[in-house]
Design a protein around this ligand. Structure first.
Ligand SMILES: Cc1ncc(COP(=O)(O)O)c(C=O)c1O
Length: 462
């Protein structure tokens, strides 16, 4: 966790609707390479760029609801969710994609665009490209979800599944851009992408005018940069807090270094795969860093728990990348927001059903509603029945049970059972543990990190 380290204190906005600190857009884009979408000097996006984008995309992108959460009382804050998972392709990425496509020159609109993306950016470009009659090519890494690959094809994009990871896919896409004169659209750093994402901030201030803070997921930094420009431009006193996955804290690394730096990050290791960008964008960082009050990171357990809570309490299916800001609130990482009016964008809902199933299980475990233990019981008739009778009397339900005889070093008339239980809550789990400890005083191992070994004969706290 860190305050803004660039200037060592909660930051003041650099840009505002009236400050005119930032050059006009035409000057800024002079230095932007039309093929790579990159520039020698970082390009700052200004409030005027965001408000122009809002006008430009008003007919093609949904204005999503920003509703008060059912969990406000429990979490002791006036909490609002901006429901970006309700966009046509399931994420806020449509804002930047449509804005960027509309900003292309007439010739470039004919030639088309290309992007490297494993998901939401590719989907957004494909959908709006078809809507605007602009050819879109996307290069997706080999591990991109099949569902997203076929959705891009369905939206009429030319899809190349190539590259071991996003970095390789980007290299391939840049070569294709050069060869075919396509414009490469970086999904988190192109200035027009940042301006488009900023329209989310304008809507938040319009929908919840007296807000105190916005908490935003951070990947490559494009979303937080645009939203920070919009919100600080209208309401400089509102706090902007970014949340990364603990497994890819590249924005914090950039804040510490004073410029974007590459960190080690493996996409498959985080549930927030959409946030796994090993080096944040230079335009995004230059635009955002002076406007952000704080960046923190959150663990996988709370990301899973946040997905589960949103399903149960809000009837909302939100992907890992889209819940990290809410996960930080659930993890108690933002106590200063208690009793404040807080807006959290739920940024995207594109999650594979298989991944969703795993997230629900992990969320239940993190919530103490799934627990597991190993116990050694008598292998005589009735030994296992005695255990299940006890569990039944306690109201716990057996989800999985596995029994093992071959590696036990105790009596040959013993059997070791590995059990996964469903319980009502953490308190109920504790009662079950107490009762089992009483019944099997020397033969119970309770907890999270259980090895299934023969010598298990002690009680372990989790
Ligand atoms: C659902 C979702 N939320 C948040 C983000 C973060 O956006 P950015 O990369 O602009 O920081 C992404 C990026 O892909 C995303 O897909």
């Amino acid at each position: 966790m860190a305050e803004n380290k660039q200037n060592g204190q909660p930051s003041q906005p650099l840009l505002s609707s009236s400050s005119g600190v930032v050059d006009g857009r035409a000057n800024k884009l002079k230095s932007l390479n039309p093929v790579t979408g990159e520039s020698d000097e970082p390009i700052l996006v200004g409030f005027e760029d965001v408000s122009a984008a809002a006008y430009r995309i008003r007919k093609g992108v949904r204005k999503t609801p920003c509703d008060r959460s059912n969990m406000s009382e429990t979490l002791k804050m006036d909490l609002y969710f901006k429901k970006e998972y309700l966009q046509h392709t399931g994420s806020f990425k449509e804002r930047g994609a449509r804005n960027t496509l509309l900003m292309l020159s007439k010739e470039q609109k004919k030639k088309g665009v290309i992007a490297a993306s494993a998901g939401n950016h590719a989907l957004a470009l494909s959908y709006h490209g078809r809507d605007l009659g602009i050819p879109v090519t996307v290069v997706m890494p080999l591990n991109a979800p099949i569902m997203k690959i076929s959705a891009c094809r369905k939206h009429g994009a030319e899809v190349h599944v190539n590259g071991a990871d996003l970095i390789e896919s980007k290299e391939i896409a840049l070569k294709m851009a050069k060869a075919n004169l396509l414009a490469y659209i970086n999904g988190y750093d192109h200035p027009d992408i940042l301006s488009g994402q900023g329209t989310l901030g304008l809507e938040i201030v319009e929908e919840v005018p007296d807000l105190d803070a916005v908490v935003i997921p951070v990947g490559g930094g494009g979303l937080i940069a645009g939203v920070a420009v919009a919100v600080k431009g209208l309401r400089p006193d509102v706090q902007i807090i970014g949340v990364e996955s603990e497994r890819c804290a590249s924005f914090q690394a950039a804040m510490d270094a004073g410029h974007p730096v590459k960190i080690d990050a493996i996409q498959s290791l985080t549930l927030a795969d959409g946030l796994c960008v090993s080096k944040v964008g230079s335009n995004a960082f230059a635009t955002a860093s002076g406007l952000i009050d704080k960046v923190i990171s959150v663990s996988e357990d709370f990301i899973a728990l946040a997905i589960l809570r949103l399903i149960e309490e809000e009837k909302a299916v939100v992907e890992g990348a889209g819940v990290t800001a809410f996960a930080a609130v659930l993890a108690g990482l933002l106590p200063e927001l208690q009793d404040r009016k807080v807006v959290i964008p739920l940024c995207g809902g594109n999650i594979d059903s298989t991944v969703l199933g795993r997230c629900i299980d992990r969320g239940l475990a993190a919530d103490g509603r799934l627990c597991r233990f190993i116990v050694t019981v008598s292998d005589r008739p009735g030994g296992i029945a005695e255990l299940t009778r006890l569990l039944c009397s306690l109201g716990a339900s057996v989800k999985d049970i596995f029994h093992e005889r071959a590696w036990l070093v105790s009596s040959v008339f013993s059997v070791q059972l590995k059990v996964v239980l469903e319980v009502r809550d953490g308190e109920h789990g504790h009662q079950v543990k107490q009762a089992l400890t009483q019944q099997y005083p020397n033969n119970l191992l309770w907890g999270l990190d259980l090895g299934f070994t023969a010598s298990t004969s002690r009680i372990t706290e989790t």
